[in-house]
Design a protein around this ligand. Sequence first.
Ligand code: SAM
Length: 254
Amino acid sequence: MTAPHDTRQLYDQSAADWRRNQPMLLSDYTARPFVMNLCAPVQGRSFLDLGCGEGYVSRQLADLQAGAIHGVDLSAEMIRQAHEQSTSVSGDTRLTYEAGDLRVWCPELKQKYDVVLAVFLFNYLTSQEMTRVLQLAFDSLRPEGTLIFTVPHPLLPWLRPHEFPFYFDADAGYFSGLNRQFQGQIWRRDRQAVHVQCVHKRFSDYFEALRTAGFSGLPEVHELTVTDEHLRIDPEFFTPLLDTPLHAAFRIQR
Ligand SMILES: C[S@@+](CC[C@H](N)C(=O)[O-])C[C@H]1O[C@@H](n2cnc3c(N)ncnc32)[C@H](O)[C@@H]1O
C-alpha cells in the first residue's frame, strides 16, 4: 500500500499502529530506552515532548515520577489517542497534550521546562523548519535546561536494502538529497510494517541549526545500533541490522 506523503495524513491514518504501552516498534528497543537514560534523573523534572505522537514516551516519563509533561503533535488523531490513554489508563493530570503544526505554530506555554524532547520529530522537518523548532525549544527551556532529540542516522538511507526491519528509500545522494523527503518503513516486533518518512539532513545541519537557535555548547552525540541484548530478545528481528548505524541521539544544555 502506498503511504501518504503528507505527514499529518500519514499519522492520522496510522495512529492505531503506534498505540502501545510496551516496547513494540524496532525503535522502542534500539532508541527510546537510550533516550530515557539520557533523560535521567526524571523524578520531579518538567518535560516538553515535541512530536509526542500518542504519548508513549510522555507516559513513561509520568511513570518515572516526572513533574509536568506537555506533549505537542501535528496529528489530531495521535493527540486524541494520547488523551484517551492518559485519562483512561492513569487519570494523570501531570500529562497534558495539544495538537498543532510546529512548522508554523508555537504552543502558548505556561512555564519553562527542565527538558525539551523531540523523539523522531526532526526527520519530518526541513533544516529551516527544524531551526525554527529548535528556537522554540531554546526559548522553552529553563536557563540550565536540557534538549534531547533523536533522528534516524543520517547515513541510514544509503546503508539498507529496501526490506525488513528498517529502511528509507533514498532517491537522491547524501549531499544532493538535503531536505528531500524519503519514504521508509520500520517494523514492529509482530512483523507489521509502519510507514515513516525522513526529510534528509546531514550531521553538519544538526550542528548548524543548534548554533543558529542559540545553543552555544557542543552536543553529546550518540550513534545507536542493535546490541547483544537485542539479539538475545529476538535474533531473527535484530540480526539484519547488526553493525548498522540506525539512529543518532543528541543532548545539549541551554
Ligand atoms: C515517528 S513519530 C514519533 C512519535 C513519538 N515521539 C514517539 O517517540 O513515539 C513522529 C511524530 O512527529 C509528529 N510530527 C511530524 N511533523 C510534525 C510537525 N510539523 N509538528 C508537530 N508534530 C509533528 C507526527 O505527527 C508523529 O506523531
